[in-house]
Write a protein that binds this ligand. Structure first.
Ligand code: TYM
Length: 329
């Protein structure tokens, strides 16, 4: 039996090259080696207010992007989180045995709630729901970007606590980061992670940006005061541009050094632009074809939910049994 992979992306805003290089592209690469489940996590999205009409649209858009990027729905399963009710059910059962302090420690929670008057409790529970996504399917491997590492550690802690309280129930999941691209930084400010919610038009490159938009953003990207690439002294902006190039081209470290040492920043940016455009063009083309047929996408999502529901039912039944909660025979 193949080991199981599970991961998810929130249907909030436009997917950017950080999401692609940190997660989606890695999923495409490894999907056939595993029993793979990829989730559109709409219940995570609503931990921050979402316009209902926009959210609905973003869910199908994200399904289209998964497939356009190369997720093969014949062998991998694509689901919308909310369409398998057991995600919420397990999240509640895990919430009841997760110490509050574990959640208050999460760095993403701390940064998302900074300077906010009203903190919604969903934001605090967010990583428990994520743990439920993973543990529900007894996933072995969770391919994500670097920013999700702490949440997966928490999922392991929750699994361990449950197993020791109630007996062996959950598989221990492991984090899988990509070799290059685990942490893509903002083009305008390379000290900040590229993020869907960041303000500013020059911050991120969307998977559906036009080449002209990409050009504008990349040519304006922050570098440093050196005139050309120097691998010894380069600042975070140049490191980021080189990382983006390397992730898109799969060049080796030696190739990178030989080609880019001493290259002026204008030429570096042109090379990055070319690599990004070439990498995203086929995805954009397929995306246009796929979204021309919404019935197809709905079919993929319905089939996905049907495929995994028995696994979800089996786990929640076992958890109910273990915790002493009522199971209908
Ligand atoms: P989300 O939607 O914020 O991001 C989706 C994926 O993209 C990665 N990522 C990045 N990688 C590199 N550089 C960046 N700048 C960058 N920004 C985002 C993230 O690490 C992630 O892999 N909580 C998760 C979604 C989730 C999930 C799960 C993931 C819900 N349930 C179960 C794995 C397993 C999130 O908000 O990802």
């Amino acid at each position: 039996m193949k080991a199981r992979v599970l991961s998810g992306i929130q249907p909030t805003g436009h997917l950017h090259i950080g999401n692609y290089l940190g997660a989606l592209r890695n999923w495409v690469k490894i999907q056939h080696d595993y029993d793979s489940i990829f989730c559109i996590v709409d219940l995570h999205a609503i931990t921050v207010y979402q316009d209902p009409a926009a959210l609905k649209q973003q869910i199908t858009q994200l399904a289209g992007l998964f497939i356009a990027a190369g997720i093969d729905p014949k062998s991998s399963t694509v689901i919308v989180q909310s369409s398998v009710a057991q995600h919420s059910e397990l999240a509640w059962m895990l919430t009841c045995m997760t110490p509050l302090g574990w959640l208050e420690r999460m760095t993403q929670y701390k940064s998302k709630t900074e300077n906010q008057d009203t903190i919604l409790s969903g934001l605090l529970q967010y990583p428990v729901l994520m743990a439920a996504d993973i543990l529900l399917y007894q996933a072995n491997i969770v391919p994500v970007g670097d920013d999700q590492r702490q949440h997966i550690e928490l999922a392991r802690d929750i699994a361990q606590r449950f197993n020791s309280l109630y007996g062996e129930t959950f598989t221990m999941p492991e984090t899988r980061l990509p070799m290059v691209g685990a942490r893509v930084m903002g083009l305008d400010d390379p000290t900040k992670k590229m993020s869907k919610s960041a303000a500013g038009t020059g911050h991120s490159i969307g998977l559906l940006d036009t080449p002209a938009e990409m050009k504008k953003k990349i040519m304006r990207a922050t570098t440093d005061s050196n005139p050309a690439v120097d691998f010894e002294t380069m600042g975070p902006g140049v490191v980021n541009l080189l990382n983006i190039f390397q992730a898109f081209t799969d060049w080796s470290d030696d190739q990178m050094k030989n080609h880019f040492s001493g290259l002026r920043y204008g030429d570096l940016k042109k090379a990055v632009l070319e690599a990004v455009v070439a990498g995203l063009e086929p995805i954009q083309k397929r995306y246009a074809e796929i979204t021309a047929d919404p019935a197809y996408l709905n079919g993929v999502l319905r089939e996905g939910a049907e495929r995994v529901r028995p696994i979800a039912e089996k786990t929640t039944r076992l958890v109910r049994e273990r915790m002493g909660i009522y199971n209908i025979d």
